[in-house]
Design a protein. Structure first.
Length: 353
């Protein structure tokens, strides 16, 4: 109008925030406009970030809802706070911030609301409406989980509950870190094909576009079976270090092996494959036969026995020569020195190989 001009920045323009920029106004046919005022700062303007909308404004009590804050002037150093917790940021552009909501931090059946706080360089960003609500009515809840080994298509999982599938694209169920491929879903039931995995016990998790599901602890596990077909050798040195091979199918990634009333350290489990696990036996203080126990959560299953035998312990009786120069060939003699195919000799002289 004759006394007011409003304008918008060209698409793609990203002026720096909080930086004073000079304003120039030119009017066709009249020339450059005069900015009146006793102080020249009337010719300067500073852009400040501003949030104009938050969507969605409500979600699961368990958190996990993807929330988008729109507006302008956003930069990579901005953080979003729920109370004092920093939210995970998935994306920041000039006009959009996408975050993952935390859980409600109250009783899992109680609705609650809080204002989100957005910070940039220790300054709070203006937000027209940044109130978010955690609502029981929006929360996916699991009441039952069943598993089927499957005749041809592999194992499947069926989940029963409420608010399970507001939209198929946003509904994801997992066993451990593996996504269970969705075959169909309704608001009260979903079915999915479990990914091929190694043996073990995997926690079940589920989320929808409204956030993470509440799953009772007693229902929150999928157990993939494994089969052990052999354990060799069955005897070895009382000094320990014998390499024992466990053979089977779908063997777990993180096995727990126990001998002599203690778990085998992870550093002594030297190979973990789908069909083979190799570990070193611990030292025994006497000849004896010991159970080899195996498991995932704890080593509770006896899968074989191992006999500690003095006659199988490598013994060095002599080495010659006793002195020489660099390059001298040393011959070591003794008993039970022959190695198996999975081991190697290491000879150290003065602590060096």
């Amino acid at each position: 109008t004759d006394n007011l001009i409003k304008c918008t920045l060209e698409p793609g323009s990203t002026p720096p925030m909080h930086t004073l920029l000079k304003v120039n106004i030119n009017i066709n046919g009249k020339g450059k406009a005069l900015l009146k005022g006793s102080n020249r700062t009337k010719e300067l303007v500073a852009f400040k970030p501003k949030i104009t909308e938050l969507t969605p404004k409500q979600g699961s009590l368990k958190g996990g809802t993807k929330v988008t804050l729109t507006g302008g002037g956003f930069t990579e150093d901005m953080i979003v706070l729920d109370d004092k917790s920093v939210l995970e940021v998935l994306e920041i552009t000039w006009s959009k911030i996408v975050v993952i909501m935390s859980d409600s931090k109250v009783s899992e059946n109680t609705d609650t609301s809080r204002d989100l706080k957005i910070m940039q360089d220790n300054d709070q960003v203006e937000c027209i409406s940044c109130t978010y609500s955690w609502q029981n009515a929006q929360t996916p809840r699991v009441t039952g989980i069943t598993f089927d080994t499957g005749s041809f298509g592999g194992p499947t999982m069926t989940i029963i509950g409420v608010n399970l599938c507001p939209d198929k694209r946003g509904t994801v169920a997992k066993t451990g870190d593996d996504v269970c491929t969705l075959t169909w879903c309704t608001s009260t039931k979903i079915a999915c094909k479990i990914a091929s995995s190694r043996g073990g016990i995997y926690p079940v998790s589920m989320e929808t576009s409204q956030g993470m599901a509440v799953i009772p602890t007693e229902k929150n596990a999928f157990e993939k079976s494994y089969k052990i077909t052999g354990v060799v050798p069955v005897a070895g040195s009382v000094l320990g270090g014998t390499l024992v091979t466990i053979s089977g199918r779908n063997l777990p990634r993180d096995p727990i092996i126990r001998m002599l009333k203690r778990d085998i350290p992870q550093k002594d489990i030297t190979r973990v494959l789908n069909n083979q696990i190799v570990f070193k036996t611990p030292t025994s203080n006497t000849e004896k036969t010991e159970d080899i126990r195996f498991g995932v959560v704890k080593a509770s299953d006896i899968i074989g026995k191992f006999t500690y035998n003095n006659s199988l312990s490598p013994i060095i009786t002599d080495f010659i020569p006793k002195k020489g120069s660099v390059g001298t060939v040393i011959t070591i003699t003794g008993t039970a020195l022959q190695r198996n195919e999975d081991s190697a000799y290491r000879v150290l002289l003065g602590g060096k190989e």
